[in-house]
Design a protein. Structure first.
Length: 57
């Protein structure tokens, strides 16, 4: 699952600035989530299937 850095995060020798996507496993992310250093990434609206409320007559 992708995560977004809230603060600068160093992972695998690379610095990720706030707002950057950080490739972490759930296990790696757990302590960073607890510290609010990262957050779970929202699914991209353009990647998710569009929801429609069309009624079938």
């Amino acid at each position: 699952m992708p995560y977004i850095a809230n603060v600068t995060v160093k992972h695998d020798g690379k610095n990720y600035q706030p707002g950057a996507e950080v490739p972490l496993t759930d296990k790696q992310a757990a302590p960073l989530l607890a510290l609010k250093a990262v957050q779970e990434a929202e699914p991209d609206a353009d990647k998710a299937p569009a929801k429609t409320n069309k009624k079938k007559d």
